[in-house]
Design a protein around this ligand. Structure first.
Ligand SMILES: Cc1cc2nc3c(=O)[nH]c(=O)nc-3n(C[C@H](O)[C@H](O)[C@H](O)COP(=O)(O)OP(=O)(O)OC[C@H]3O[C@@H](n4cnc5c(N)ncnc54)[C@H](O)[C@@H]3O)c2cc1C
Length: 1014
């Protein structure tokens, strides 16, 4: 038999709910240790994160000890009503109930509540451990693993493990993973919110108090929850004791068409100070003068997304979830913490009962409590999750609606007259302890009766009639189950989840369980340091590696899921407040991984352009196949050196396979080979090094390189790297389709030869960045042969389109090139850093890069079929590169890539055709076939003289800005010699589809309409 005082409990998290759990556990003499990944908020100085206000209601407050409730009332503000700020500038008040002393919300900053509860938990004897991030749980045994901020890995074992680790609970995740047979669902709402602070008046008063004066109730004005309902979006403000207000602006993450020819606001359209000002001046003019820093507040943080999480069961083995970890609610009903505190109250009421029944065997009592707790609380969690979602539309839309207010007044009157027969749903949820599901069941029945009466009579003019008829109708039918919801709820009445009323746990519904005052000395937590490898702090054992990967994987998967649900814009405004180089010294001690992941995902990621977004069309996009990243990760973690064949023949073979595939895809045959590089710039440099090998060394610095004036700037950089003098760059003019002018090329080569400048290399471009033009490769090949010049193709953009029929026509002649640079991170959709230089004759690479007699590398291969990569490129030690391409190509087969490339060509054709049909838009002419780039601009007004052209340039830039401001698409402008300013869209993301193109066309049309209005 286990006595409670000998039982150990580990609590993951030290948020408000964990603290209350700890207080209740200590009352029952358990040994309690809390492990919190963050630092102690009570010690925090300066800095402001998200710190919203919570509204506590009776349900939550009755779960707390009396002295805590007193402290909360001293530091919070009582809100007996809603104060609605209507569109026309008037305000109206909607009292929550009939008696403001009973029917009110208590508004309190979350940070204040948290700090108080931490103090109380510590006073009660709980051990608080900060900087400990839980990375793994064994739910069956109640053991957990934590990474401690700097010192290492800590394992705990306990008789009970409680997950109070909030919305993104690792404990829940681990239960699911380790056999709990759980149902878990997670749904994001379209809304996100940002916080705004309305400061106190100069004399310390509340700026909005006057607006809260109720015309129907003379006397001193009362505080309220201020709401500016504006349909799709709203502003909420709650007063604080210091005279300030904490406000939140809620709106959909993405705006859109409202279906009636107008537009619906969304965070993706509120990006600049001007946008914020326009929004506030139009919709919240009364706040503009009160909240001097509202624009900064709105722009300071990325809007926080909201989600609902449900799961079933709440327990497994010796582990149980309490609070947001079990049920995360959207905050519109303000019940998240109230419901969570009720969880705690229910849990201990059940435990106390079973402890008595088991003769005070804590182990047996816990084993019986856990399933009963799930049975009681899971329906409550699910019900309040639904109600919270439904409340969003009431607050944003209907609270300002006259019919809605009339109905609310009628319901209140009905409740006042017949408190035993009619209880408004809000009242039952906020001001009673009635189980949420019972409150809803009863409300549904009574609402149906009331709806029917309101349909027959006018609720405004015939309220008396309706009230009388209602009493009669319900009286006939009887109040039904769940009655008694009025002012004196009977704790033992009501139905449980499929259980008869008689099984209801004793004590639920009582205000505060009797405190137990025993205190025990607090022993040290039972922890075990992991056996690190001798002599190193850096070693992770296999279990720790797996745990780390799991945490990272779940964040990554969440991000990709979010991205595909459209929860990220195609670009973010850059957080200007953030200093560019905040950390100049390496940290001396470590930080919990979850904190670091937060920094990566929440802070670094939402900044700037979102390259993996399907609407990203600037530059040449690279969506970055996840499979490719996994291949890369595997290669990095295996960490083999494949620079010499003998060092890792298996991996060198895989890398050589990939190179051979690329060669054959370009039409190269026997004798060809290549080298995988990190990008096209290095590949172009390597090509020039190979080209120079054809010339005597003393000519290298004065050799000439020919590339079209639309060629990539990396060619000029490569010349410099290869030691070619600054005067050796020849920018050859282009023809009407932006392809290299071959007559001009020939003339330039001839002129150089006349003046003794040796032609080293012609670089043809297969896919210019600006327009996607491809030089006439076969003709350039012929010319290079004629003059004996190295022929290199910069096919970084277009190369792999040779997989498709249209691409083969476009790239005809590429197989004659001496070398080709390809970017698999462009036209094979792989992650950045996946490029290659391919050569028709593998010996040319070796001539350029092999350094003979490197004696300290003993096992060099003499067999060209087993190449040492160090002899084929500029590097010795480097990562093993092949898997990034090998894994996805092997997984899907190359045909899947061909189909995807074909699809991009179709989409670009479609986009060009549709934009050509938009009034006022000119498309830069595209040959047939053409790589998937579409360049277009606003058509100059009349004669096309200089002033018209300049104005068209300005308008083109503005259209680009407007399109990007919607967040669906990110494009950039460029300058063309003939057309001037153009917007160019390059469709190269594997997930870009017809829907994205529809959206793009719609956004361009919208931008043009806006232009007309400006
Ligand atoms: C904008 C907003 C407004 C809200 N308004 C209201 C309201 O008015 N009324 C109301 O009742 N509710 C409201 N809520 C909900 C309320 O905030 C939550 O229900 C409540 O904070 C839940 O408390 P918790 O302790 O379960 O979780 P949390 O407060 O999230 O605490 C979880 C703790 O666990 C820690 N943790 C997480 N993972 C780990 C790990 N792996 N290892 C160690 N520690 C970990 C976290 O750092 C955190 O300290 C609101 C929520 C939001 C977002």
């Amino acid at each position: 038999m286990l006595a409670a005082r000998d039982a150990r409990v580990t609590v993951v998290g030290a948020g408000p709910v964990a603290c209350l759990v700890a207080i209740e556990l200590r009352k029952r003499s358990f040994e309690v240790s809390l492990y919190e990944r963050g630092s102690d908020v009570r010690l925090a100085t300066g800095g402001r994160g998200h710190s919203f206000n919570l509204t506590l209601t009776r349900r939550g407050l009755t779960s707390l000890d009396g002295h805590i409730v007193d402290m909360l009332y001293r530091n919070g503000v009582v809100l007996p009503q809603r104060v609605i700020h209507h569109v026309d500038g008037t305000t109206s008040c909607q009292p929550y109930g009939t008696d403001p002393d009973l029917h009110h919300l208590l508004s309190i900053p979350r940070s204040l509540l948290h700090e108080m509860l931490l103090d109380e938990a510590e006073k009660a004897g709980a051990r608080l451990n900060f900087g400990f991030e839980c990375i793994g749980v064994e739910p069956a045994s109640g053991s957990a693993t934590f990474v401690d901020g700097g010192a290492g890995i800590v394992r705990t074992s306990a008789d009970l493990l409680i997950g109070c680790d909030g919305a993104n609970s690792i404990v829940r995740h681990e239960m699911f993973r380790r056999g709990a047979q759980m149902r878990i669902s997670q749904d994001y709402v379209s809304d996100g919110f940002v916080e705004i602070r309305i400061p106190a008046l100069a004399g310390g008063g509340h700026a909005l108090l006057d607006a809260a004066r109720d015309a129907e109730r003379p006397g001193a004005p009362r505080h309220g929850l201020h709401i500016w309902p504006r349909g799709e979006f709203m502003l909420l403000a709650q007063p604080n004791v210091d005279g300030s207000y904490t406000a939140g602006l809620w709106m959909p993450m993405a705006g859109g068409d409202d279906g009636e020819g107008g537009e619906r606001l969304g965070w993706d359209r509120v990006r600049t100070r001007r946008d914020v000002r326009a929004l506030f001046e139009e919709h919240f003019p009364d706040v503009v003068d009160l909240a001097s820093s509202y624009a900064e507040d709105v722009l300071q943080w990325a809007p926080a997304p909201l989600k609902t999480v449900r799961c079933d069961p709440y327990h497994h083995g010796r582990t149980v979830l309490v609070g947001d970890s079990a049920h995360t609610l959207v905050p519109f009903f303000g019940q998240g913490i109230n419901c969570s505190f009720e969880d705690v109250r229910t849990f201990f009421a059940l435990f106390d009962r079973t402890l008595a029944e088991t003769g005070h065997d804590a182990a047996a009592a816990l084993a019986a409590t856990l399933p009963a707790y799930t049975e009681w609380r899971r329906p409550a969690g699910d019900t309040i999750a639904d109600l919270s979602l439904a409340m969003a539309s009431e607050l944003k839309d209907r609270s300002g609606d006259v019919a809605f207010q009339t109905r609310k007044r009628l319901e209140k009157e009905l409740h006042l007259r017949h408190p035993g027969l009619y209880v408004p749903l809000y009242h039952a949820v906020a001001f009673t302890d009635t189980p949420y599901q019972d409150a809803v069941a009863r409300h549904e029945r009574h609402r149906a009766v009331l709806d029917e009466l309101c349909a027959r009579h006018d609720p405004a003019g015939e309220a008396e009639l309706i009230i009388a008829a209602y009493a009669e109708a319900i009286g006939r039918a009887g109040p039904g189950p769940g009655s008694g919801l009025g002012s004196s709820p009977d704790p033992d009445v009501g139905s449980g989840p499929g259980s008869p009323a008689g099984r209801r746990p004793a004590g639920i519904g009582h205000l505060v369980p009797a405190p137990r005052t025993e205190r025990h000395a607090v022993p040290a937590p039972r922890t075990e340091r992991s056996a690190a490898a001798p002599g190193t702090d850096l070693y992770l054992d296999p279990a720790q590696q797996k745990e780390l990967l799991d945490v990272v994987t779940s964040r990554l998967v969440d991000f990709h899921e979010d991205l595909s649900k459209g929860n990220h814009p195609a670009w973010y405004r850059v957080a200007a407040a953030e200093p560019p180089r905040a950390e100049q010294r390496a940290p001396r001690t470590g930080t919990a991984v979850a904190t670091l992941l937060d920094e990566i995902f929440d802070s670094a990621l939402p900044d700037g352009m979102m390259h993996p977004h399907p609407g990203f069309m600037a530059h040449v996009p690279s969506g970055g196949l996840f499979q490719g990243a996994v291949g890369e990760f595997v290669a990095r973690s295996l960490n083999r050196f494949a620079g010499a064949w003998a060092a890792a023949p298996g991996f060198a073979r895989l890398e050589a396979n990939v190179i051979d595939w690329f060669c054959s895809l370009m039409g190269y045959g026997e004798g060809s080979f290549g080298y995988l590089t990190t990008g096209g710039s290095i590949a172009n440099f390597m090509a020039l090094r190979c080209a120079l090998e054809r010339l005597p060394e003393h000519q290298h610095h004065r050799a000439a390189v020919y590339v079209s004036d639309q060629g990539h700037f990396s060619v000029a950089k490569a010349e410099r790297l290869a030691g070619i003098g600054a005067g050796g760059h020849r920018a050859v003019p282009t023809d009407g389709a932006y392809r290299m002018d071959l007559v001009a090329l020939r003339e330039t080569i001839e002129r150089d030869l006349r003046y003794g400048t040796p032609p080293a290399c012609v670089v043809a471009t297969a896919g210019t960045t600006n327009t996607g033009a491809v030089d006439d490769l076969r003709a350039v090949a012929g010319l290079c042969r004629e003059y004996g010049v190295w022929f290199h193709v910069d096919a970084c953009f277009g190369g792999f389109f040779r997989l498709t029929r249209r691409g083969r026509a476009l790239l005809d002649g590429i197989e004659e090139a001496d070398s080709i640079a390809v970017d698999a991170h462009k036209s094979l959709f792989l992650p950045h850093g996946s490029s290659a230089l391919l050569v028709r004759d593998k010996s040319t690479l070796k001539q350029a890069f092999a350094i003979p007699d490197a004696a300290y590398i003993p096992e060099l291969s003499q067999d060209d079929d087993r190449p040492d990569f160090m002899d084929y490129g500029p590097e010795l030690t480097r990562e093993f590169r092949g898997l990034t391409a090998w894994l996805p190509i092997k997984m899907h087969g190359i045909n899947a890539f061909e189909r995807c490339l074909d699809d991009k060509l179709d989409l670009a054709e479609d986009l060009a055709g549709r934009l050509a049909g938009v009034d006022g838009i000119d498309i830069v002419s595209r040959g047939e076939p053409h790589l998937p780039t579409v360049a277009f601009r606003v058509r100059p007004d009349s004669t096309g003289d200089a002033a018209d052209a300049a104005e068209a340039d300005r308008l083109t830039e503005r259209v680009c800005e407007l399109v990007c401001s919607r967040g669906n698409i990110y494009v950039a402008t460029s300058e063309l010699p003939r057309e001037g300013h153009v917007i160019r869209a390059c469709i190269m993301h594997h997930q870009t589809d017809a829907g994205v193109i529809d959206q793009f066309v719609e956004d361009v049309r919208w931008a043009l309409r806006r232009l007309g209005e400006e």
